[in-house]
Design a binder for this molecule. Sequence first.
Ligand SMILES: C[S@@+](CC[C@H](N)C(=O)[O-])C[C@H]1O[C@@H](n2cnc3c(N)ncnc32)[C@H](O)[C@@H]1O
Length: 387
Amino acid sequence: MNSLSKFLVLFGNTTLLSKLEFESLYPTLSLTKLDEHLYSFESETDLSTEMMEVLGGTVKIFGVVKEFESNIADETLIEEIVALLLSQTDEPYFTFSQTGKGQREISNADIKDLIKENGKKARYFSGELSESALLSHKSKATELLSFNDKVSGKLILAQLRVVQDIDDWTKRDRNKPYADRKKGMLPPKVARMMVNIASGLWQQKNEAKPLLYDPFCGTGTVLLEAGMRDLDVYGSDIDQNAVFGSRDNLEWFKQEYGKQIESKVFYMDAGHLDLATFTSKVDLLVTEPFLGKQTPRDSELANVFKGLEKMYLGSFKSFTKVLSDGAVVAIVFPRVSTAKRTYSLDSLIDKLKTKGYNLVVDPVLYAREGARVARQICLFSFHSSIK
Ligand SMILES: C[S@@+](CC[C@H](N)C(=O)[O-])C[C@H]1O[C@@H](n2cnc3c(N)ncnc32)[C@H](O)[C@@H]1O
């Protein structure tokens, strides 16, 4: 039997969503929380490279190198770090950071000094744990992390295995030919997490490759991220510009990434879907509908949400025409908080039950700093037998 290795995973700002994404795709790996963004898991094989290509919400994955008693002296820990660095290269280019409570008085300079005392050269860089992503991605420097685990009484020393390729994420966000920032585009990482959560949940019960559909496709962010996962995709929108734009974006994407996926984008009102346009039923419906005005006034909100509830309910009723039994729906619900109250579509969730949609996990909030309208990511499973 292979022995288990331990890994640390650093999630992005959307920790809950990132965690749900991880757990949906890797249900057999159990995550243990270390601090706000840092979790650990054990695995027989090193899946870190594959994971980083797939996951949208994971910033870094570290492999645990060694665990010490948490009362290890600072000097001993520095010696261990230096021994580790020099076992890998004669001229280390490194950074050492710490997270969590009980951090040590150990700096990069202390480590460099000891390397020099060993007659070797060394360089280091500094930065926040999450910010140094760009640096280490580019430089292939050695990045070490220590975490004082109060629960196990161990000090964990880990080395970076893989880091998110920020340039590639930015490329899909910024370089696609069609954009419409006025309508509000979904950040690609959030789109990817929604795709992964939906496909992960679906794959836990099915073997065949699912077909994904976004009935409010806009610029096609969801379609591109599903394409990155090699899924065949359908998209539609009520705006002809979005239809042509999404088609252009998909063609650009297929060329840029050499992807052979099937895609079809058409004009359609999400409230009046027509199954005849679909060659097969939809297994994953992943979408961000119209969320109302981006900066509504307080006095408008009651009416805005009344209108949205009607539109959402009509759309869900219409979705039933094209969904396969057991389909998974990942959808953004808008949420706005004022000084007086919060406006949401929570009341819709019970109504949807009677239409065959069951909430599978608690909705996860995704709020961009400064944005008036927050997004609540809701996951439903659909069963056509419930009428
Ligand atoms: C918030 S945008 C989606 C943005 C998309 N996620 C992206 O990243 O580009 C909502 C889209 O829904 C479309 N839309 C609004 N009402 C619709 C309806 N009844 N049927 C289909 N599309 C609709 C709008 O034209 C718009 O493109």
